[in-house]
Every structure is written in structure tokens, then in C-alpha cells.
Write a protein that binds this ligand. Structure first.
Ligand code: SF4
Length: 301
């Protein structure tokens, strides 16, 4: 899921934001850079605010409900109980992120809000057809993980659920409130899970036995059993990505990469692809060749 550890700033979250070079990588932001380097810059370096969306906010709400449901004893983890958690979790979300209330500012009679909440109920209910929470005892929920690779690259993220079998085998589970991707796009969906698997492997020295994506939007479960070679491949990919991010950070050269996903981008007004001009680059720029020159000097000293 999208999380608060990876630099996206919500409109209305308040306070001055200071630009700083990226210090770590999360699956969401790695995905941003792969989708469009300029989008990554706007989110991570400029920290431009973004409007909350109904879909993303509902995702946050449903995640909170599924997490809290495990506070109850196993036998009480029922559909009515899960649905009864929705109003309280929505209240808490509005307290934590007041800007989400804007979503329904133009809905005086509360009709849209009621529809939105009942869709959240449907998603929660669908989960019970995919997993049985009375038979699960998660080892961790909403687990923040962070690991440093040998190269110094720091990886971080939040794992929705970690299950550990009595044999010690680890399963990493992520809930998605959207629909499962078509098979040809499954690799992209699994990238996030392999990213988490790599972090867990580096932290605990154990390759997770299973990665599991639970799609509440379509009622599908996608699983993958990784082997070390998969995770080594992901590590190489992340290192190459991080190199590209570092180069763009130093040169200030962040290219837009327009795709149909631009339709969901909050930053079209400042994107050259849509006739906009990005804000002045807030970080120092290293002139091309300066690194080589510095290294040459060091070699002579
Ligand atoms: S509008 Fe498209 S090309 Fe421009 S920053 Fe957003 S995602 Fe990138």
C-alpha cells in the first residue's frame, strides 16, 4: 500500500517543506521513478502536495480495518465485526489527515460519502472469501521495515501482514483494494513483494517462503514463492535504479515520461509535457564532468 514513509505530501498537510536529496528507496517511489522520473522528482525532491483521492483514501481505510480486526480474539473476527470498525477508523483517519475530509466537502447530504463507505464495506466483506482471519495469527501487521544493502542503499517500506508458520516459514501478505492485473502485468505487481522479500532476507537472513497479494477489488489472490536468485535480481535492478536516481539528483535532469498514467498525475500543471514549467530545482546541481575532474585531481594529489 501507499504509505507515509516515502515522501508523498498531501495537500493541506501544512508546514514548510524543505527539499533534500533522496536517502532511501521504497517500492512506491521506485515505481514512480520507473513510471516517470519527473514524477519522482515532484514527489520526493520538490515534495509537491497532492490531493487525496477517493480510491487511495478508501484503500487506507480498508487497510486500517483489516489490521485492527486482528485485535479481536480469533472467533470474533467476523464480517459484522469488521464492518463495525469502519466508522471509527474513518473518524481516526480524518483526525490524522484532516485533508481527506475535503473529498466530501461538496456532498452536503452525505450521499457520496455513504456510497463510498458502502464500497469500503464491500471490499472488507470480499476479503472473507479470500482468507479466513479466524485461522490466522499474524506475526506482524503494518510492519515498518528498513535494511541497508552492502552498497549503502537503504530500502524501506511497510508490509501489511507477516505470517510465520510453526516451522518458521515466512509469508508476506499485501492487500490491494484494486483489481488484480492481467497476467502480462503480474511481474510489475510482484516487484513490490520481491522488494519486501529482499528487505526481510537482508534483515533476518531468511528468504520468505511465499509472497501473497490479496486483491479485494476483484477477489483474486496472487502468490509467488521466491528463490534467492529472484531477490538477487531485484537487488541488481534496485542498485541500477538508485544509480539513475543519484545521477538525476546531481544533474537536475529529470525527464518526463508521458504514458496513459499521466491522467492520474496531480502535477500536469507543472509538467512540460502538458505545457507547464517545473518549479526551480531546489538542490545544487553538479556540472557535467565535475565528478570526473574531481577524481582526476584526487588521483594526482
Ligand atoms: S504528467 Fe505524466 S509526464 Fe508529467 S510528471 Fe506526471 S506522470 Fe510524468
Amino acid at each position: 500500500m501507499e504509505n507515509s514513509t516515502d515522501g508523498v505530501t498531501s495537500a493541506g498537510s501544512g508546514g514548510a517543506v524543505t527539499a533534500s536529496p533522496p536517502a532511501s528507496l521504497s517500492p512506491s517511489r521506485a515505481g514512480d521513478f520507473m513510471q516517470c522520473p519527473l514524477l519522482y522528482r515532484f514527489r520526493v525532491i520538490d515534495k509537491l502536495p497532492e490531493k487525496p483521492s477517493e480510491a487511495a483514501t478508501r484503500g487506507t481505510l480498508v487497510h486500517a480495518v483489516l489490521e485492527r480486526l486482528f485485535d479481536a480474539p480469533a472467533a470474533d473476527r467476523t464480517v459484522p465485526r469488521a464492518k463495525s470498525l469502519i466508522p471509527g477508523q474513518w473518524e481516526q483517519l480524518r483526525e490524522k489527515r484532516p485533508e481527506v475530509a475535503e473529498l466530501f466537502a461538496d456532498d452536503p447530504d452525505g450521499e457520496r460519502l455513504a456510497r463510498w463507505l458502502s464500497e469500503a464495506e464491500r471490499l472488507v466483506e470480499r476479503w472473507f472469501g479470500l482468507e479466513d482471519p479466524t485461522r490466522l495469527e499474524p506475526a506482524e501487521r503494518e510492519l515498518f521495515v528498513e535494511a541497508e544493502l552492502d552498497s549503502g542503499l537503504r530500502l524501506r517500506g511497510i508490509i501489511d501482514r507477516v505470517d510465520v508458520a510453526p516451522t518458521g516459514e515466512v509469508r508476506i501478505v499485501d492487500y490491494k483494494t484494486g483489481k488484480a492485473p492481467r497476467p502480462e502485468y503480474a511481474e510489475g505487481a510482484l516487484f513490490q513483494m520481491k522488494f519486501y522479500a529482499l528487505v526481510v532476507w537482508r534483515l533476518k537472513g531468511v528468504v520468505p517462503r511465499r509472497l501473497q497479494l490479496v486483491y479485494l477489488g476483484s477477489g483474486d489472490v496472487l502468490t509467488y514463492d521466491p528463490v534467492p536468485a529472484d531477490l538477487e535480481r531485484v537487488e541488481r535492478k534496485l542498485l541500477a535504479l538508485w544509480d539513475a536516481i543519484r545521477t538525476a539528483t546531481e544533474t537536475g535532469d529529470w525527464r518526463p515520461r508521458p504514458t496513459k498514467l499521466c491522467g492520474w498525475c496531480d502535477h500536469q500543471a507543472v509538467c512540460p509535457e502538458f505545457g507547464g514549467t517545473p518549479p526551480p530545482y531546489p538542490l545544487p546541481v553538479v556540472p557535467a564532468g565535475a565528478d570526473d575532474a574531481a577524481q582526476g585531481r584526487m588521483g594526482r594529489d
